[in-house]
Design a protein around this ligand. Sequence first.
Ligand code: ZN
Ligand code: FE
Length: 241
Amino acid sequence: MEIVRIPALSDNYIWLVHEPVSGETMVVDPAESAPVLAEAERRGWRIAQIWNTHWHPDHTGGNAAIKAATGARVTGPAAEAARIPTLDRTVGEGDTVRLGAIAATILEVPAHTAGHIAYHFASEHALFIGDTLFAMGCGRLFEGTAAQMHANMNRLSTLPPDTRVYCAHEYTLANGRFAVTAEPDNAAIADRLAAVAAARAAGEATVPTTIALERDTNPFMRAPSAEALAALRLAKDNFRG
Ligand code: ZN
Ligand code: FE
C-alpha cells in the first residue's frame, strides 16, 4: 500500500492511498479537490473511492468535485449520513471496506463528532483516524463526552504499537507545547517536543505518528480516567502556549 500525504487548507492532511496489486486508489478526508486531483494525475492514479471519517467541511469539502471528476464512490459514517450528502455507502462499527485486495475495519470513535469513524488496515498496521487522535493530542469534544474520548484512547492504545496513525491535521507542535505542561516530568515528551520543533522549523511534517509514540508521549492517551481526560481537554482548550 502506498500512502501519499497531501497538505491542504491551513493545517489539514489529505491521505491518498494506492493499492498496487489491483491499482485501486482511494482518498481519505479530502478537504479540497484540486491538490488531490493534481497529485493523482501526476502519479497516473485514478481515484475510485473517497472515505470520510466525519462530516466536518475540512474533511468532506472535496467530495463533490472529486466525485464529479472521477466517478469515485464515497463511503462515510452511517450516523452522519444526513450531514454528508455526497455519500454513496454508509458504514459502522465492525464493517469491512476494501481497497483492492486489502481490507480495512471500521472503528466507531465518537466524541469529536457524534458519528466519527476510523479506518483500520490491520494487515498493514495503518490507521486513518481523522480528528480523534493527533500526535500528542486528541480532537476537541464538539459532539461527545470526555468519557467517550477516554474509551477511544484506551481502545486505540491496544492496537499493535507499530501501527502508523494517519491524523488529519498538523497540530503536533502546539500539542507538544501543551503536553510538556501536562506532564513536566515526562522526558519522552520533552525529547519529542524538541524533535518536533526542529522538524517544523525545517518545514517537515510530523505525521503519521505511531501508537507506541502516543502511548509514551500523548497525555490524552495516558489519562488515567475520563475525569482526568476532561480536565486535560479543558486546559488545552484554554491553553495559549
Ligand atoms: Zn473535525
Ligand atoms: Fe478537521
